[in-house]
Design a binder for this molecule. Structure first.
Ligand code: SF4
Length: 343
């Protein structure tokens, strides 16, 4: 019989499983408390009787991540981790320092099905979804290894979070549980390449997180070349969903726009983008592309970025140029894993 992933269970679910083993309910809180402190072995849970530890070992598994590689940027303190999961698969995570504290970018899948042309993760296909516990473990590992408290997270690492919907929702629920990591929803950004049906599903939860939509183009012609998902959900349907999402949740949408030289960075693109976003409660983040080796796409010049930004501002769009962090440590997602696979 497959072992149950203990750390992905809520306290109530853990109580339920323990009840079926005729174990008193208060043990669930004791076990959860050990899990929240990063303990990955029932045998290390001091206040749990030896006999019960043996029974727990037969029924449950505690997921963990191990640091396989750690790179620290000499430029801006950004830290990039390559984690090994229990089955030997690898995922990446990035820890970034901002004036408001440390933010961590987490992976939600091993690989990704979405195949975006500018992304190293997408080049290698999809392997599997991450469990909620494996997302929590990325934070716990970074906090204890680097000696910092992570105060905000972005689900923007390897994988498409909304393609791993149930595990991501479970992770978000566990994130705010008393005694756990306790990061509030307003400090969470969830990124999507535009799975429209899942955006509507997420809307039903009315979470106070920031929905961050990877738009990257002002029209279907350009977007379909960069992002195959656009053929399934074209821009008009995506923006309609975003508009409804923003009105329903009261939360501003964050549109991510990677500036790619000669592809999506012309003045015409800026004007078309502004027209498209009219009336949507939103903010645009312009991102200088992190170049991926083996990929001909290059970042736009600073001059192009400046001109694009100025046009959006003039046409009434809230816009920021995102700082490029960790450019000396391959901080764009998927590159460390690619190198590892090659080794
Ligand atoms: S950019 Fe995101 S959605 Fe697109 S292939 Fe990469 S990981 Fe997947």
């Amino acid at each position: 019989m497959a072992l149950i992933d203990c750390k992905s269970l809520t306290l109530e679910e853990l109580r339920f499983h323990l009840a079926s083993m005729e174990v008193p309910a208060y043990r669930a809180a004791q076990i959860r408390s050990w899990l929240d402190r990063g303990v990955t072995n029932f045998d290390d849970m001091g206040n749990i009787p030896l006999k019960l530890r043996a029974e727990l070992n037969k029924k449950f598994h505690i997921s963990s991540v191990k640091i396989e590689k750690k790179l620290v940027s000499a430029r801006d303190n950004t830290v990039k981790y390559l984690y090994a999961l229990d089955d030997g698969e690898n995922v990446e995570s990035v820890l970034m320092e901002y004036h408001h504290g440390w933010s961590q970018c987490l992976s939600t899948q091993v690989g990704c099905k979405m195949g975006c042309s500018f992304c190293a993760t997408g080049m290698d296909g999809y392997v599997r979804n991450l469990l909620a516990s494996e997302m929590l473990a990325q934070i716990e590992s970074a906090q204890s290894d680097h000696g910092v408290r992570v105060s905000s997270i972005v689900l923007m690492g390897m994988g498409e979070p909304l393609d791993n919907f149930d595990n991501v929702i479970r992770f978000l629920h566990l994130l705010g549980q008393p005694g756990g990591i306790q990061i509030g929803m307003r400090h969470v950004s969830l990124s999507t390449c535009g799975l429209v049906d899942k955006i509507y599903e997420l809307m039903e939860y009315k979470l106070q997180l920031t929905l961050s939509v990877s738009l990257h183009a002002p029209n279907d012609n350009i977007r379909s070349q960069m992002m195959p998902i656009n053929k399934r959900w074209p821009i008009s349907e995506l923006l309609k969903a975003c508009s409804i999402y923003a009105k329903t949740t009261g939360r501003r949408i964050s549109f991510e726009y990677a500036m790619v030289d000669g592809v999506n960075d012309s003045d015409e693109c800026a004007m078309e983008l502004a027209a498209r976003l009219k009336g949507i409660l939103c903010h645009v983040n312009l991102i200088p592309l992190n170049s991926v080796p083996k990929n001909k796409l290059r970042r736009s010049s600073d001059e192009r970025l400046g001109s694009f930004k100025a046009i959006l501002e003039k046409l009434g769009v809230n816009v920021t140029v995102r700082r490029t962090l960790g450019s000396d440590i391959n901080a764009s997602c998927g590159q460390l894993r690619r190198n590892k696979e090659k080794e």
